[in-house]
Design a protein around this ligand. Sequence first.
Ligand code: NAD
Ligand code: UGA
Length: 435
Amino acid sequence: MKITMIGSGYVGLVSGVCFAEFGHDVICMDKDEAKIAALKNGQIPIFEPGLAELVAANVKAGRLSFTTDITSAVAQSEVVFIGVGTPSRRGDGHADLSYVYAAARDIAAAVEGFTVVVTKSTVPVGTGDEVERIIREANPDADVAVVSNPEFLREGAAIDDFMRPDRVVIGIEDERARQVMSEVYRPLSLNAAPLMFTKRRTSELIKYAANAFLAMKITFINEIADLSEAVGANVQEVARGIGLDNRIGTKFLNAGPGYGGSCFPKDTLALVKTAQDFESPVRLIETTVAINDDRKRAMARKVIKALGGDARGKTVAVLGLTFKPETDDMRDSPAITIVQALQDAGAIVRGFDPEGMDNARKIMPDITYCEDAYDAATGADVAVIVTEWNEFRALNLGRLKTLLTQPLLVDLRNIYRKDEVSRHGFTYYCIGRPN
Ligand code: NAD
Ligand code: UGA
C-alpha cells in the first residue's frame, strides 16, 4: 500500500519505517525542514535503539522516503496517517490539537481519490469527528474515511513494541476502512497480534484509558513504596507478591521517582479535562496526577534529608536525566523537577546522561554537564541515580567513593542492594526497601 505519515517524530518515524519494513511504500513527511534534511542525509534526529539500521535498510530498499511536501505525498497515498504532537495546551491541560487540525486542513487540500485518513496521534474522544468535519468543510468532494488507530509503543523499545504489539486498535465509522486497515496491518495479524475493530470514539478512549491505567499502576506501587518504608517492608517483594497474581501482573510495578515522559503526564491530564467537560470525572486519575506531581518534589526532599537536612552549598551529582533509559527524550522527565527543587534548596547540580544531554541543556541550562558518572561525582556530596541506565548498574563503587566528598548514594530506581554498597562504605538510600 502507499502510505504517508504526517509527522516524523518518535511515533511517526518509528511507525513509518515499520510499515515500510512490512513491505508498504511509505513517505515520512514533516514540516520541520531540518529534520527532513537530516533524514534524507541518513541522520536520525532521535535516539531509539535499532532505528538507524531499520531506516537505512528501508531507504536502500526504496520503500521509505522523506519529504516536506505534503501535497504530493498525500495525493499519491491510499492511507494518510497523522502522527503529529498533541502536547498539553498551555494554561488548561487539555490536549493541544492545533497540529492535528493543521494536518487535517493540509490533507483536505491535497487528497485525491478514496483515502483513509488515520489519526495515530493520541487525541481526545471526538477528535476524529472534528478531523472529518474539517476535511469535508474544506473540500466537500474529498472521499475520505477517518479512522482512529492509537499507538501503544514505548520509547526505548519502540520498534519491538510496534512489530510485536499486544493488540492493534482500529476505530472506524466507514466500513470501507476495515479492509484497508486490515491490509496495512496484515503482517502483524499473521503473527497473531489481534486487530481489534471498534467505533472511533471507543478507540480514542482506549488509548487514554490504557495510559491512565498504567500511570495509576505506577502511582499505586509508589505509594506502597512509601508505606513499605514506613512499616519496614520491601516494596520489590510486595510488587512481586501481588504481581504473580495474573489478575494484577508483574509489569509496571517498579517504584521510582514518579512517572514522566512525553505521554503519561500529558495524557492523564487530558483525560481528566475531557472527563470534567463531560461531567463524568475520573477521580482516580485526578488523584494519580496530584500524587505523581508531589512525588517528584518529595524525591528532592529525600536527597536533602540524606544530606542532613540542608542542601545549601552542597553539590549533587545527578546520574540520569531522561525520563527513562534508552531514549534521549527529556519531555516531562522527573529529573527536571528534582533538579529544580534541589537548586531552590541551594544545591549545586552536576549532571550526566548517556543520551539526553543535548535535550537537557535546552531545558536546564544552569547545571554543570559532565563527561560520565564519575566526572559528575567529582567533588559532589551525594550521587543520586534518577534514571536506571544500564551503565549506572555496574558503577565502580570504589572509584565513586574516592571522587565524592562523602560516600553517600541515593538510588531512586532501586538498582543496587544495600549490602553491596555498604561493603564499599556507602550510606545508601533507596525506594521502599530496608535493604
Ligand atoms: P514528536 O514531537 O516527536 O513528533 C511530532 C512531529 O510532528 C514533529 O517532528 C513535528 O515537526 C511534526 N509536525 C507537527 N505539525 C505538523 C504538521 N502540521 N505537518 C507535518 N508535521 C508536523 O511527537 P511524538 O512523541 O512522536 O508523538 C506524536 C503523537 O504520538 C502524540 O500524540 C503522542 O501522544 C503520541 N504517542 C507518542 C508515543 C511516544 O512514545 N513518543 C507513543 C504513543 C503515542
Ligand atoms: C508509555 C506507554 O508505556 C506506551 O504504551 C504508550 O504508547 C506511550 O506511553 C505513549 O502513549 O506515548 P513511554 O512513555 O515511552 O510509554 O514509557 P514507559 O516505559 O511507559 O515509562 C513511562 C514512565 O513511567 C517513565 O518515567 C518510567 O520510568 C515510569 N515507570 C514505568 C515507572 O516508574 N515504573 C514502572 O514500573 C514503569
